[in-house]
Write a protein that binds this ligand. Structure first.
Ligand code: NDP
Length: 451
């Protein structure tokens, strides 16, 4: 049977665009449909604008530090409108880059929603249909609000980038990546931030000592963090929302933001009718090669809810092309993925937490928490953490956890060693770079504790 295309990609985010480009460069006839903006979550409403906001939010601290180092400088006000204008222009530029990548490589694009009509056919929003030998679903995910009366009034992360002005106060609900990052960003930009997290400590699943330090530092820098607390009711009132917390306390906030998780974009996509199996959270179930229950349909990125990170979606897209178009079956390696949470201070992490490692066997923990030279000179109390989790038997470093300014940059490099299977002795043999914070990672000689 002759198909219109060799590959039809649904979704123009990082994963979909990469797969489309690489397949097209290999000679495949490729089409891609995107209903919103090219670049997807990462470029348009996630990593990129978030990181630019992180940069913007760090200046008050930098200015205070500059004063401590002898500079006569004063922070004026923060001009949100000016920043947002530049942000919008930068996102337009990046969207143009993504469109350019597709058109320069001969990928035909459709700026509209697409859904499955059958295992080899895509139906576009204008009613036209296109057939393809392979279909790749890279439709991403979206933020979800809890089922709470009034929740529809609240913001989600997508909305933050479009605010006309910054609120005076905000209540952030959640304790994951997004809640913690935005609590720190908005706090840095001068918004009064209150954060409710229903559990005992934010950043569940990460190393206890590391998340404990992030939490302490967030509180120290002004985030009004309430643990073991959730939102019970929210009602619009003059000047914001009256919120009742589960501990009975009431307060008014100008804005409320839910950062209570994300869900895969699988609704009304024609998936079930085409025979594609979905999981409990609506995610597309795939095998190691990103193949769904329908052989001609693959899925990558957040829509599969495996590891929801941009570089992982890109890897999955490349592995898909290698497997399906280059005849080289390539499973995606989801083990030992380094990641960073852009809180202030940042947390960079790769491998097992101390708690998870202990459950698997005997470990040695090497950890040091200290005031770095720069903070100490500036008279700041902020602390950092450098931590290695080592298997007592194999000596392999099973986990590395860093809480420090620039931890995201550091963990990328430490991640190479951990991924290579470096032992504690390999770390020890590496000469320190002095004076740095990260030199501690190669100079910790005695275990802090063993278990
Ligand atoms: P997460 O799943 O990480 O966090 C959701 C948070 O909301 C958790 O603290 C959860 O609590 C809480 N929550 C869930 N439901 C409710 C509810 N009904 N009431 C109150 N609280 C609730 O999701 P995020 O949205 O923060 O991030 C999604 C994913 O995006 C991340 O897992 C990550 O993969 C990716 N991401 C990566 C970033 C990076 O690389 N820096 C940045 C941002 C996102 P509990 O812990 O109790 O379940």
């Amino acid at each position: 049977m002759a198909f219109d295309y060799d590959l039809f990609v649904i979704g123009g985010g990082s994963g979909g665009v990469r797969a489309a480009r690489v397949a097209a460069q290999g000679g495949a006839r490729v089409a891609l449909a995107e209903e919103s903006r090219y670049g997807g979550t990462c470029v348009i409403r996630g990593c990129v604008p978030k990181k630019l906001m992180v940069f913007a939010s760090e200046f008050p601290e930098a200015i205070a530090e500059a004063q401590a180092f002898g500079w006569t400088v004063h922070a004026g006000g923060f001009d949100w409108a000016a920043f947002r204008g530049k942000l919008d222009a930068e996102l337009d530029r990046l969207e143009g880059v993504y469109r350019g990548i597709l058109s320069n490589n001969g990928v035909e694009t459709f700026d509209m929603r697409a859904r499955l009509a059958d295992p080899h056919t895509v139906e576009l929003a204008d009613g036209t249909r296109a057939s393809a030998r392979h279909i790749l679903i890279a439709a991403g995910g979206h933020p979800v609000r809890p089922d709470l009366p009034g929740a529809e009034h609240a913001l989600v992360s997508d909305d933050i980038f479009h605010l006309d002005r910054l609120p005076k106060s905000i209540l952030v609900i959640g304790g994951g990546y997004i809640a913690c990052e935005f609590a720190c960003i908005l706090n840095g930009l001068g918004v009064e931030v209150t954060q409710f997290y229903r559990g005992a400590q934010i950043l569940r699943g990460f190393d206890d000592e590391a998340r404990g330090l992030v939490s302490d530092e967030m509180i120290q820098s002004g985030v009004n963090l309430h643990l073991g607390t959730n939102i019970a009711e929210m009602t619009p009132v003059d000047g914001g929302y009256r919120v009742v917390a589960t501990n009975g306390q009431e307060a008014t906030y100008e804005q409320v933001m839910f950062a209570t998780g994300r869900a895969p974009n699988t609704r009304d996509m024609g998936l079930e009718a085409a025979g594609v199996t979905l999981g409990r959270k609506g995610e597309i179930v795939v095998d190691r090669y990103s193949q769904t229950s329908v052989p001609s349909i693959h899925a990558i990125g957040d829509v599969t809810d495996r590891v929801n990170l941009t570089p992982v979606a890109i890897r999955e897209g490349m592995a898909f092309v290698e497997t399906v178009f280059n005849g080289n079956p390539t499973p995606v390696d989801h083990d030992l993925i380094p990641t960073a949470i852009f809180t202030q201070p940042e947390m960079g992490t790769v491998g097992l937490s101390e708690e998870d490692a202990r459950e698997r066997g005997p470990v040695e923990i090497y950890a040091t928490s200290f005031r770095p030279m720069r903070e100490s000179f500036a008279g700041r109390s902020a602390r950092v953490l450098m931590k290695l989790v080592v298997c007592s038997e194999t000596r392999r470093v099973l986990g590395c956890h860093i809480v420090a300014p620039g931890a995201g940059e550091m963990i990328q490099l430490a991640g190479i060693a951990v991924k290579m299977g470096a032992t504690k002795e390999d770390f020890d043999r590496t000469v320190a770079v002095h004076p740095t914070m990260s030199e501690e990672i190669v100079t910790m000689k005695t275990p802090t504790r063993t278990a």
